[in-house]
Design a protein around this ligand. Sequence first.
Ligand code: ADP
Ligand code: ZN
Length: 761
Amino acid sequence: MSPSDQQSLFETEAERWELDDQNQQLIARVVFPAVLDQTYDYRIPDALAGEVEPGRRVRVPLGHGNQTRLAYCVEVDTQPATRRKLKDVASVVDKRRLLSPSMLRLTRWMSERYLCSWGEVLEGVLPAAVRDHAGTRVAELLSVPPEVIERLNELQLPAKQKAALEALAASPEPLTATDLARVAGCTTAPIKALKEKGLVQLQRERIHTRVVQEAETLRESHLTMHADQQKALSAIVSALDEGRHETIVLHGVTGSGKTEVYIQAIQHVLSFGRQAIVLVPEISLTPQTKQRFRARFGNVAVLHSHLSDVERHWHWEQIAKGEVSVVVGARSAVFAPTPHLGLIVLDEEHESSFKQSTVPRYHAREVALQRAKAENIPLVLGSATPSLETWHRAQQGEYRLVEMPDRVFSRPLPDVETIDLRVEFLDRRQRGALSRPLVRAMEETLNRGEQVILLLNRRGYSTHIQCPACGETVRCPNCDITLTHHRVEELAVCHYCDYRIDAPQQCPACQFAGIRYSGLGTQRLEHEVQTRFPHHACLRMDTDAMQKPGSHERALAAFRAGEVQILLGTQMIAKGLDFPNVTLVGVVQADTALHLPDFRAAERTFQLLVQVAGRTGRGDKGGRVLVQTFSPEHPVIQAAIRHDYHSFAQGELPNREMLGYPPYSEMVRLVVRGPSEAQTEGFAQLIAQRLRSAILEIEPCRVLGPAPCPITRLRGLYRFQVQAQSPHGAELRAAVAKAVSDVKPPEGVQWIVDVDPLEML
Ligand code: ADP
Ligand code: ZN
C-alpha cells in the first residue's frame, strides 16, 4: 500500500498500530449500524493490519452462519492473544476513514445523550451519498517514482514516451492514463509502453466522475459596522484570539445586522487558516443567503436538501480536504468534516427545525455546543427571539449575552396594533377571516403599489375549544394546557395527564352558548382574499402548496419581482424574508398557536409574531403590522406587539418553573404506537410503571401518563405517550435507559424515545 493511501483524509497525524509483543493480538472494536447497543471485538488478521482503523467500515462475520456484515470500526486495540478466540475481520470497506477520532467521540456522545445506539447515530450522521461513494469510481492513477525522476534526463526514450513521462513528472498529482494522454497530447500507446518498462507506478484509487462547479459570484467588501455590531464582533473575536470555547448569544432584533457580524467573525477565523460552519434553518437556505456568503468568501459550500448524491459526496470530500472555508447548511451541516474548525454559528437558534424528528433525534444546537466544547472554539447563537433554554443559560452566566436592540440605520421597528376579534365578531353579520380594519389597510397598501404579507399559521391539527364571545379557552387544571375536543366521545381531554371532562356546550366563563372550535385554514383564507381583491395577484405558501422542489424559490422570486402583491401562508413566510416593498403584515389569527396543547405554545406564538412583524419596514417606506386576536390583552401578545423579548421571558419563565418544564427541567418523551388501542395503552402503562420505579432515587422527578398523544391516531396507529421530567438530566436519561433496556413490546407495537422533545403532538 502506498503512503498516500495510508494518509488519512481527515487529520494529518497518521496513526499506526503495531505489535511489538508476539503474545498480543490486534483487535478491531466495531459497532453495527443497527439498534444493537454494544461494541464487538474482532481480531485483525496480519494482512489487514495497516488498513483497519477507527472511522472506516469493515465486513465482519456475525452469528452462527458467519455471514459477513457491515460494521463501523470505532477503536483498534491490543489484547493478549490467548484470552479468547475472536473471529477475524473479513475485509475493509473504505479506502479512507469516513470519521475522524473527534467525530467518533461526538457520535458516541450523541448515542448516550439521545438514548440510541452508536451505530444508529453513525448511520444517521454520515450522508448516504458518502457511505455509498456516490459519483466515484475506482481508477488507475499513474505517477513517476522518485528514483525515475532522478534519472529523467539520462533516460533514452522515444520522443512521445519521453514527453509523456515529463508531463507526468511535472503534474502535481497522479493522473489517469486518459488525462495524461490529454495533457501530453499523445495517444495511450506511449503510456502503455512506459508502464511496461516500469517507469511509472500505478495506484488504484476512487476518483470522482464529476466535479461540481459553481459560477463565481461578484465579490463585495465588508460593511462598516455600527457600534453594537462592533461590540458583538469583539466578543466573538476575543474568544477566538484566546483560543477558548465560549457560547455567545447574539440577541438582535430583526434587521439589526446579525449576519454581518457572523460574516466578519468568519473572516477572522479564516485569517488563521481555519474553517467555519454556519447553520441556518432549511427554509433560510435561499439564493439570497447563498449569495450573501458567496459574495464575501471564495470557497463556500452550501449544503441544502436538494443536492444530488453526487454533489453531496463531492462537497463532503472537499470539506474534508480543507478546500472549503465556510460551510453553510441546515441541521446536518453540524457534522461537516472540516479539518480545522474555528467557529460554529447557529442563526435563528430558536428554530425547531434544528431538531431532527427521526433517529438520532438530536438537536443541532446541543450537538454544536458539544462539538465547540470538544474543539475548544466559540459557538455563536443568534436570534431576535432566543429559545428560553438558551436565554436561561445566558441568565445563569453559562453563555455570554450580547444585545443588538436597534435596526441598522436606526430604522424603526414597525408599529404593531391589535384588532380585537371579539368586537369584530359581535359587530358583524358576515363572517370572514379578515376584519374590516385589516381589509382597509390592505386596500390602502395595495393602492400605493406596495405589498402585503398575511400570516395564518394553522397546522393540520388545531381543534381547540374557544368561546368567540369572551376568548376563554378550556384548559387543564394540572398542566396549564388547553384541552382538546374529542368528538367521538364528546370529551375534553388533557393530552399530558389525561384529565378529562365532558365537552362543554357553553362557555364555562361567560356562559355564551355558541362555544366552538375554530377551523380556519390558509386555503379558505386564500379564497376569501381572491374574492375581496380580484384585481391583485395572491400567492399561497404552505407545505401543501410548496411540494415541488424549487417552488419555494419560484414563489419568492415572483413576490420579489412584484408579480404577486399578496403573499399569504403559514410560518413558512415568517422567516428571514427581506422585501423592502412589504409595508403591511397581517396576522390573521394570533391565537391559533397560543392554545395548542404544548407547553411551548406561548413561546412559539411570541417568536412567530415577532418574526413575521420583522418582515416589514425593512426599506425606507416604514411598515405596519396588524394582529387579529381574541386575546389582545394576553401578556404574550402584548409583549410581541411591543417587540419586548425581555418582558416576554420574564413573564413566561415563572410559568415554566412552576410546572417544572424546560429550561427548569429536562424532559424525555416516550411515544408508543400500535394497531390495537388496548395493547398499545397496555404497553405504555408497562413503560410508565418501570419508569416510575427507575426514578425513585431522583428528586425531584415526575412521570406523566400514559395519556393519549394529542394526535391520538396517526396513520392508522393508536398513540400513547409517557413523559418524564427532572432537573437532573443525566440521571433522568440513565433511568430511562435502564427502565426500557429489556422491555419487549407486543407484536406490532412500536415505541420511540425522544430526549428534549420539541414535538409534543
Ligand atoms: P439580521 O440578520 O439581524 O436580520 P441583517 O444582517 O440581515 O440583519 O441586516 C439587515 C440589513 O442591513 C441587510 O440588508 C444588511 O446588508 C444591512 N446591514 C447590516 N449591517 C450593516 C451596516 N453596518 N451598514 C449598512 N448596512 C448594514
Ligand atoms: Zn393535564
